[in-house]
Design a protein around this ligand. Sequence first.
Ligand SMILES: Cc1cc2nc3c(=O)[nH]c(=O)nc-3n(C[C@H](O)[C@H](O)[C@H](O)COP(=O)(O)OP(=O)(O)OC[C@H]3O[C@@H](n4cnc5c(N)ncnc54)[C@H](O)[C@@H]3O)c2cc1C
Length: 404
Amino acid sequence: MQLNKTEYKPKHNYYDVVIAGGAMIGTGIAWFLISNKDFKGKILIVEKDPRLEFSSTSRTNNSIRQQFSNKLNIEISKFSSNYISNFQSFMENDERIPEVSFNKIGYLYLANDSQKMKVLKKNQKLQNSLNIPTQIYDQNSLLEKFPYLNNTELVGGSYNNFNEGYFDSSIILNWWRKKSFEKGVEFIKNEVVHIGLKAKKINTIYLKDGSKINVGNFVNATGTRASIFDKVHSLKIPVEPRKRYSFIFKSEKKLKFTLPLIIDPTGIHFRSDGHQFLCGFAPEIDEPVKYDDFKVDYKLWEEKIWPILANRIPLFERIKLVNAWAGHYAFNTFDQNGIIGPHPEFSNFYFANGFSGHGLQQSPAVGRALSEQIIYNKYKSLDLKQLSPKRLVEKKPFLEKAII
Ligand SMILES: Cc1cc2nc3c(=O)[nH]c(=O)nc-3n(C[C@H](O)[C@H](O)[C@H](O)COP(=O)(O)OP(=O)(O)OC[C@H]3O[C@@H](n4cnc5c(N)ncnc54)[C@H](O)[C@@H]3O)c2cc1C
């Protein structure tokens, strides 16, 4: 959904909240703020690429899972799945809003050794205690449940399809944007290039066109570029762009089954995508890339991914690549989890960064949480303090074993 006209200049010289980055996370925060009756201020979103062409949001795989190893990540995804399933009712029952398609195909984690199996079993215990009905399968029962798998080198797996699968995130993003706009949120094409700090607060932000804006609060929702202001506020935000490939393919032999999102021990993951299939993979050398490097390594598909797919699902012996793209994770090198909340020193400077591969599904919970921090100076619904930037200073990583 494009706005009618691209605006470059803000209407005012002061905003209660300025958000840098207008993709899934920034827009979600704006919506949760403006739709809260206790918020009375003005909001400006500054986005350098309003088509979001190079954002993670536009290149995502749209999947959501409950199978995390950390209780908080499970609680975040529980809220998100409820939000996705009942989107219209969360959006003021606005009758213009369609249902969000949510294909609950489930996730299947596969293990090829007893150590990995132990981790899956431990995660299952926690997930079950939080009413997520994940089940464990051994090598034989895996084949009974998923007869298309080659289970020879596997020892088992864990599977759940309750509120797990993939969903149409564009409906959520478009309606967050449209309704925020209708309630007065301003959205401009520009770039925040510098921030001004005074007396332990951010008071000014500077835009690429040379103009400046006075701010009550500032939110950094700049995705892969989250560390751009580090020099000014001297907290190192450990986020860098890391490439991730997505391949869409067809199978010559028809499968009678819908594939869950299968996380193979080799590191690839794949699932049904309508009548086709989607496979995701990281480059062999996973390192930071240039912001404009979206080149796809087709050799990887031919030489590495295809053989793995054909080994795991023998029916995939003959498959045809239909489409491929590269996207960037905003990769948090410290602990691969979101960095959410106020700066340890500058209380009106908020972060919503470093989501690595699970920011899309976390966006409703993040939007709600940061809006509460800004309005009430505390979390009211779900306490996200464990994900605070403070942990970077304290060197206490947020432990999550189920990273994809
Ligand atoms: C290939 C791939 C697959 C993924 N699959 C999943 C998945 O299945 N499930 C899931 O939950 N997550 C997934 N993710 C992660 C998810 O897409 C991201 O975590 C999420 O989209 C992050 O949203 P964001 O708004 O933080 O960042 P982005 O979408 O990157 O948006 C940041 C925005 O900030 C703008 N910006 C940057 N700097 C400035 C500035 N100085 N001034 C103004 N604007 C600025 C950029 O132009 C950009 O539009 C995937 C990511 C990739 C790349």
